[in-house]
Design a protein around this ligand. Structure first.
Ligand code: NCD
Length: 312
């Protein structure tokens, strides 16, 4: 795989191989010196045109654990405010020695554009493109689910696992990437949200959709993933009555109690506590939110390792 642009591009075998590599790399974190020499001499650049905490830091940690050098571009304070284009920004960082470009951009398709434009030669990893895709997030979620549910059964995939994704599905690249990857790995995915949060083309998604969270919980999923209400992505004029959203879709302690005893709760972060998820649930033993963050580093190590190794 020369680039990692979309979860849709991942076949089951490729996804499993990335998850296996990530699992091997996760052992590195336990060492007294958590570093491998694998990407020594390679420079990864984080090209972030949108805000981020965990994705940017996670790529940085992953690159450093593989001994790569890291350059970080953040749009705030950059020459983008002077009108510099994506082409010029990307060519500039490559001229400074970037070998792998990790890009987050507000425009859907930006990572693919960079990969196919011929502007740069580096392998490209999509770290989130507008309402498009977020493939490494889906991989880290799959890694978290696999560690919990498949390891004991010695399964490489997620066959038969029931995963419910709740919230702002329409605006969420996390939901889109997870719907493709988790179904590729054999899981049964249900998405839940109010009609204005369900994508217009939902019938084309490989998922079941519901509007009622309590009904979805009654179906006893193995895992439930709560999404952030993304106010910044909503069209102006969208009437979101936050109070009624919270009443109908917040994962409260009371709702979480009705999940199966071993069901887990995921959230990609950043969380709006008491909006989509109650603090009591986010901080409970069901929550695997920090495990997702930990798995993010090893999944990104695997992605960097794979795109670098497969480019020639
Ligand atoms: C998500 C993102 O930026 O797409 N966060 C993340 O990468 N961990 C989800 C979000 O912003 O709500």
């Amino acid at each position: 795989m020369r680039h990692l642009l979309s979860a849709r591009d991942l076949t089951k075998n490729r996804a499993i191989s990335l998850l296996d590599t990530a699992l091997e790399f996760s052992a590195v974190a336990e060492r007294s010196v958590p570093k491998l020499p694998t990407l020594r001499g390679v420079t990864m650049v984080n090209l972030f045109f949108e805000d981020s905490t965990r994705t940017r830091l996670s790529f940085e940690a992953a690159a450093k654990r593989l001994s790569a050098d890291v350059m970080t571009f953040q749009v705030h304070g950059s020459s983008v405010s002077k009108g510099e284009s994506l082409q010029d920004t990307a060519q500039t960082v490559e001229a400074m020695g970037a070998d792998i470009i990790v890009i987050r951009h507000h425009q859907e398709g930006a990572a693919s554009e960079l990969a196919t434009s011929g502007w740069v030669h580096s392998p490209i990893i999509n770290a989130g493109d507008g309402m498009g895709e977020h493939p490494t997030q889906a991989l880290l979620d799959a890694a978290t689910l696999r560690n919990r549910f498949s390891a004991e059964a010695r399964r490489a995939d997620l066959e038969g696992l029931r995963v419910t994704i709740v919230g702002d599905i329409a605006h969420s690249r996390v939901a889109k990437s997870n719907a493709s990857l988790l179904t590729t790995l054999g899981a049964e995915v249900t998405v839940v949200g109010p009609p204005e949060f369900l994508p217009k083309d939902i019938l084309k998604w490989p998922v079941t959709s519901l509007e009622n969270l309590d009904e979805a919980i009654a179906l006893q999923p193995d895992a439930i993933m709560m999404l952030r209400v993304q106010k910044e992505r909503m069209e102006p004029g969208t009437n979101l009555a936050l109070d009624s959203y919270v009443a109908d879709y917040c994962l409260t302690a009371h709702r979480a109690q009705r999940l199966p005893a071993d069901a887990i709760v995921l959230h990609p972060g950043p969380m709006n506590r008491e909006v989509e998820i109650a603090s009591e649930v986010a901080d409970s033993t069901r929550s695997v939110i920090l495990e997702q963050v930990r798995n993010g580093v090893s999944v990104r190590m695997a992605a960097l390792y794979e795109v670098w190794g497969n480019q020639s």
